[in-house]
Design a protein around this ligand. Sequence first.
Ligand SMILES: Cc1cc2nc3c(=O)[nH]c(=O)nc-3n(C[C@H](O)[C@H](O)[C@H](O)COP(=O)(O)O)c2cc1C
Length: 171
Amino acid sequence: MNVLVAVASRHGATWEIGAAITSVLAARGHRADLQEPAQVSTLAGYDAAVVGSAVYLTSLLPDARDLVERLGTELAARPLWLFASGLASPTSGARTTSELAALGERLGARDNRLFRGRLERAGLSFAERVAAAGVLNREGDHRDFSAIERWASTIADELEQVRVERARATA
Ligand SMILES: Cc1cc2nc3c(=O)[nH]c(=O)nc-3n(C[C@H](O)[C@H](O)[C@H](O)COP(=O)(O)O)c2cc1C
């Protein structure tokens, strides 16, 4: 199956989560393309999609939201998975989780996940340090690549099922 993995990231941490998902899908025999959402103008040629975004100020990044606005119909017509990555406090985490769930429901996504991210104070601009005040005490790399790879593996399983069902339907 041809899978689009579209990931909005500002400082690279979420992009690397997308790269890990892409590697698992490729290792399981799927053709997975990791792309920035702004580079995606159509889903033609893709059988399925995974859309991910870093969380900033309790929300998905504008590029991810814009992708969903532009190509929502095409995304909804395919097996779709959503993820976000942040370092939320329980309150802002709840907001992100409900944003993801609402998006998932609207697009008929098969699953959505909120993963823990990475924050490196040294890489932030002054404005970002001020904006990130609520999460700066969570500095560090909290990404759980085992959990991410397990999730990607469940996506690969479901894609395989879809492939088999489609092959049966056309036989
Ligand atoms: C300015 C700023 C605001 C942030 N706001 C949130 C937030 O509201 N909720 C959250 O869970 N994480 C927040 N984070 C943490 C980021 O989501 C986390 O560092 C993420 O892994 C960054 O991903 P990226 O490297 O792909 O941009 C914020 C980080 C920064 C720098």
